[in-house]
Design a protein around this ligand. Sequence first.
Ligand code: RB5
Length: 153
Amino acid sequence: MIIGFGCDHAGIELKKTLMDYLSEKGHECIDYSPLSPGEKADYPVPGRAVAEAVVAGEVDKGVLICGTGIGISLAANKVPGVRAAVCSEPYSARMTVRHNDANIIAMGARVVGEDLAKMIVDEFFAAKFEGGRHQKRVDLIKEIEDNYSKYSC
Ligand code: RB5
C-alpha cells in the first residue's frame, strides 16, 4: 500500500517511528510534511496535503499526527472524499475502516505512545470496509458534502 504521512511539530518523532515501522512491513511511505526537529508547522497544512493526496489517488491511505490528532483530522475532513478518524486505541482503528470506510487515520502524539500507535496502525491497515448496510451510511456522508459543495464557488 502507498501511505501518505503528515504531521505538525508535535508529531515529528511519532511520524518517523511509524514511517519506519510501516516501511519495514513493505508499505511505500511518502512524507508530505518533511520537518526537522525544532521546526514548527500549523496542523491544517499537512492535514490538507495528505487529504488532497488521498483524494487525488496519489496514495491509498493517510496517517496524520499532531498533538491530539484532533486539529489535523478536522482540517483533513474538510476535503471532500476524506474520512479521517482520530483513534487512540486499536478497536476504533479497525472499526472505522470496517464501518466508516475511513481513508485517513489520525493520532495524537501526546495521547498515544509508540507501541500503542503501532498497534493502532496495524489494525487500521489490516481492516477492510464491510460495505452492505455501511455503504448507505457512507453515501449519506457524501450526500452532505455534495449538498454543501453547491454553495462554494
Ligand atoms: C500544537 O501545539 C497542537 O495544538 C496541535 O498539535 C494539535 O494538538 C491540535 O489539534
